[in-house]
Design a protein around this ligand. Sequence first.
Ligand SMILES: [Zn+2]
Length: 498
Amino acid sequence: MAWRLRLRFTNLRYGMLAVILLLSACSKESLVPAEHLLPKASAKNILLICIDTVRADVFYGLGDSRKDSFSVWQDRATVFERATSSSSWTAPAIGSVFSGLWQSGHGAGQLPSPSFEPGSGIIPASAEIAKPTALYEAVPLLTEAAAQEGFHTAVISASPWTNALGDSMGLNRGFKEKFNIGSSGSRLGFSKMKEAFARKQKDAPFFYYLHFLEAHDWHMAPEPKLNERIAKFSPEERAMFLQVAPPRACEDEQSLLCKRYLVYASAVSRLRKSIATMLVKMERENLLDDTVVILFSDHGEEFGDHDGDKKLVKAVELAPGRFIGHGQSMYQELLHVPLIVWHPESEGAVIDRLVSLVDIAPTVARWLNIDFLPDQWPGYYLDDHIEPSQKALDRVVYASGIVVGEQQMSAQQGAKKSIWYMASDQDSYFDLDSDPYEIHSEPSDNLVLLFDGLFLDYTQSERDAELESAPLTNEQIKRLQAIGYLQGLESDADTKKN
Ligand SMILES: [Zn+2]
């Protein structure tokens, strides 16, 4: 698949300006000076925790609404309030975390769509009926570099995209130990980590990755199951969940949408408590003395935020009810994610600078002194917040990768954001300060030129290499279908015993 040059660039009116923009966008000097960063090798171990499908507003809102066991830990952490994912769904986002690259650089989770041309009006195949592409084999991962340098690496995951079923997507490369925690959830996280720990050589540093699915799964259960869970909420809990509800989720408290949201909020609340419990246990065992812990989500979840949005109509035609879920848009309910860091040499802070999941790999490599430096690196060090360079302040964050509907790409610089609908070649332009819910698209000549240049830069960062569909087994397909992916894909698993 190739993202071709935008049609608008054939227009000579914009030719010169486009060249100027392109030149400035391509002059890469992506990593900031090191003077004001935490020292290299300032921690020994790393624990990465992905809480799948957690949107930032609900996650932080729950703590703001009422202090819980996580609040104490949040006060001790560096909290990146404006963190963005590099995609609207799991595989491309996790690819970015481990490679430090945008999806255009790592390749994971793209859709095979040979006939796709921008502006053609052709809607590419949906990932619900096609196998997504695997990570490029030639792209090195932070985990592989860590394993080579003697780190004990383990993935402990409830997600079929990253757990022990095999590594057809390429996202598990570098992990020596693989634990599939199935549906048992975040409460088992610490005990599984201890199991991994027991297999570690005494002095070896560790690189562990936990991936939990409560916020991905609980609210997608059938309605009777939702009712069962909701019946157990205390009046205070219910009130708290409603208080932080996205604007349109609970206009009707008896609606299925609101029930799904309430159960989702309870899952996010559970995750907050599980992570707090895990951190308490780690501290008791002195594991936090030399370990960096990074908590993030791979993407958010929509609860009717853009219900009726005409730009998304194609997604909804393909999959009715798609104003709930993820993978269908590049709006903030899917891209704005929690990102929280506990570092043994940092007292913590609240940072409102724009950061991205692609920043995790360079930062971890620096803190743990891992020799890892891929080409095309777009990330910035997360601890550059003390005295950020102008380049870091002016940075652009991208997202791409759609599961259902029209392929889209977004770019954000400061509060300005644009979404490009690639097949129909339409764009939206938002100011997230004045219009945080992305309701009023307000194009201007300057914004059109700016974002055309940025999108062109992104499409040109794509690797010149063939993408391969992930060789998923029937068992993997079945497991992915159970959590909502690959719904139309045929497998012969049904016809086989076991
Ligand atoms: Zn996910």
